[in-house]
Design a protein around this ligand. Sequence first.
Ligand code: SF4
Ligand code: SF4
Length: 723
Amino acid sequence: MGPVQIVATSVAAAITVVAVALVVRTVRRMLAVVRLGQPDPSRGGDRAQRLKTMLAETLGHTRMLRWTVVGAAHWFVMIAFIALSSLVLEAYFEVAVPDHGLPLIGGWSLYGLLTEWIGVLGFIGILVLIGIRLRNLPSNPERRSRFTGSTMWQAYYVEYTILAVLLCGFFIRGFKAANDTLEWPVWAAPVSHALGGVLPASAAAVSLVAMVKIIVSMTWVIVIASNITMGVAWHRFLAFFNIYFKRSPGRKGSGLGALRPMTSEGKPLDFEEADPEKDQFGVAQVEQFTWKGMLDFTTCTECGRCQSQCPAWNTGKPLSPKLLILNLRDHAYAKAPYLLAGGGKTLTGDEKATQEQLAKVDVLALAEAERPLIGGVDENGVIDPDVLWSCTTCGACVEQCPVDIEHVDHIVDMRRYQVLIESNFPTEAGVMLRNLENKGNPWGAAQSTREDWTKGLDFPVPNVADGGDFEYLFWVGCAGAFEDRAKKTTRAVATLLNEAGVSFAILGQGETCTGDPARRIGNEFVFQMLAQQNVETLNEAGVKKIVATCPHCFNTLANEYGQLGGHFEVIHHTQLLAQLVSAGKLTPIQPLDGAVTYHDPCYLGRHNRVFAPPREVLGAVTATADGAADGAGLVEMDRFAERSFCCGAGGARMWMEERIGKRINVERVEEALSTGAKTVAVSCPFCLTMLGDGVTGKKAAGAAPDDVEVVDVASVLLRAVQK
Ligand code: SF4
Ligand code: SF4
């Protein structure tokens, strides 16, 4: 070993020792913070499925590839990052013995070929990612950048480090080629050999560049070890775990569907026996999130995909799902020293050691511990109430998140405490909750009028109470029974089922609200009360199959009633109608006049993956046996299917005023009108109301043609099948 190699090796060894010591300390601290979260037994089990999902989402990049260019570039960078580990290891040999490489596999041409091309494609990939970031700078006033609020220097630092390490790798190989010591032939390492053609022969240069490569890599390790909340770097390691422990790993798509049930110390909360003094009612302190919540906060890469899709953020509300997660992360890590010293627990006189530890806690951590989790600027709260109540629970954030962060669960957990313990929620929603408790529906309509929608139909609608057999229980829903526009859908569905000879019955006055709005606003108590009553009614009636017109009812009946002992096969009316059309039991004969666009309701589409059936029905209507009318056909909006934009009514927002920013329904209606379609088809009573109101407003302002209408898919089909 010459003097250059001795110096280079000593420097590389010294910085590596420091980096390893720091990173071990940081990982231990990170684990301690994650463990501050509450137990969550639901994250165990199903290991094979979890592993499969994790591998598909990481190595297969199934989530990221939805963003085609970014996804492909990120895939190459990820693979290059994994390969970089072996290349950095290789540098430890090259720094000491310049004509040597990695032992065992280092001499294989296949190894040379793979690392060469991964290096080239990773290099291009990282340039693409840097370019995309530069084009979407938060400072660019033309765009509402997905990077707004992200810590930009950290992202640049990570990106330029990868670039520098890849460059070092090629220069090492280039110098080796110039020295005629490169292990691989030209066909396996063409770029390195080409570089070697222009570089001078120098063994010292190999050792020095290898030393630079190790310094750059270990400095990166030291920087991330010193910045425990640097998600843009840590996600490279944490994403595997966060995805592995996601809830419902086998569920198709990434929509959450059901909400996580309320738990206290990892056990389901039983309201009949719960004690507000001892049990946890939602989340009031950051350490009351589960450990998976803590892992979520730590894993966020700050990519802003969630933010870019959020209807609240896109219409000027203060809620950004990314900033919500980042605020919770920063708060959790700033408060952690206080919690790890035993803070937040009731101390008895004997816990002297804890008291002594607490006395040593940093003043900043003590100040952080004083902050309320939910509170306005004047209270120095971590999450502003306007942020909390702006969420429509549409699930766009969860759908887009490449590392499977579960924003909606965290938002609803915080709402639960505010509603159940603090009674602190938008006042106008109180009327809805009172109506649910007293009348069993959010509008406060008399239960005796639940079957009024059947009046005037030219066939009798069977009631379960009549005692006859039926295949489907037609779940009408509160909107379908009481809201005038939704009642038209209910009548259309009943008429179509009757025409197609489907055996069905309704519960009539035996039906009450499923409890969806109560659950989404955070009132789990009212939800459980209504849900238990419905499960009892349905089980007593021997119901096996349910057809529902409201996606919120559909989601609750299909995905949430199982938590309370109600197991049913639930189908949405658009699914059943598509089956009936396909089976020839309903035949559209009247072609639709003009083009139609379809708005995917969040709880049918994103949360439950029902995208095709409504389109199949509309497709049949626009291409009837009698031919299509001029200009007819289905035209999609810019944001459709998984990326559909909420109407603004979910998450109990239907019963809250929208005082901040642009109205979400107006934003969506403008998108629908821009397609030029005469018919805006929906398949949810809330979407019908929200988009209907939006179009009415536009017509009044002269901004929409008079003949545009918002109508349910069932009503479109009914018109088409009637002679
Ligand atoms: S659920 Fe929808 S509204 Fe709520 S934070 Fe996520 S994207 Fe935004
Ligand atoms: S999409 Fe996920 S990782 Fe990206 S900023 Fe949002 S929460 Fe963080």
